[in-house]
Design a protein. Structure first.
Length: 202
């Protein structure tokens, strides 16, 4: 959205192609407290709602669908700002960086794999309605900020260190083991004329 807004500000005819929802993975964040301008913190959904309202102030055409070809939209310039792709743990049925508002988990046992900020943040979000939430970490100590660890454990989240992938006896499995620049169009974009990269995918 930021790239589209800037392009429209420059007076360019701008189309934004979105595969799923405007706001992307930020929508799954239960709470964001390090984004300037919101000193009390804000949910990912509310922050992206602000972004979307600002986008609507500009003549940007929004098209929902997957961009499968860089040349399919007859544009003189293409900006690939697709963000990062979640890594997978290889567990059947896992949901990478699952949104608590979109994943059916009420009254169920939830396993969150990972030891970073996102894992503890999402575990806290799932703990509101789940029967139980467990964080499974392969390491002995979390990589997450102590504040996020404390918030999750205070909400009843259990932390299991030295966790093994063999232990997946849970109703819902959420993986939060990192992200990578792995978009299907990335390699083509690096070589194609008139294509720019923006954001985390760079």
């Amino acid at each position: 959205m930021a790239a589209a807004i800037q392009a429209a500000r420059l007076g360019l005819s701008t189309t934004l192609v979105e595969r799923d929802r405007l706001g992307g993975q930020a929508l799954a964040a239960p709470w964001i407290e390090n984004y300037p301008g919101f000193p009390e913190g804000i949910t990912g959904k509310d922050l992206m709602s602000v972004f979307e309202r600002q986008l609507k102030n500009w003549p940007v055409k929004v098209v929902f669908g997957e961009a499968k070809d860089l040349a399919s939209h007859d544009a003189k310039c293409v900006i690939l700002a697709a963000g990062l792709t979640p890594k997978l743990a290889g567990i059947p049925g896992e949901i990478p960086y699952g949104d608590p508002d979109r994943v059916d988990h009420a009254g169920k046992s939830v396993l969150v794999i990972g030891g970073g900020d996102a894992a503890f943040d999402l575990a806290w979000g799932f703990a509101r309605n789940a029967r139980s939430v467990t964080i499974g970490m392969r390491s002995e100590t979390p990589r997450a900020l102590p504040k996020l660890v404390g918030r999750a454990t205070s909400a009843g989240v259990t932390v299991r260190t030295n966790w093994s992938p063999a232990d997946i006896s849970y109703d819902v499995v959420i993986s939060c083991i990192g992200k990578e620049a792995k978009h299907p169009l990335l390699e083509k974009a690096k070589k194609a004329p008139g294509v720019l990269l923006a954001g985390a995918i760079c």
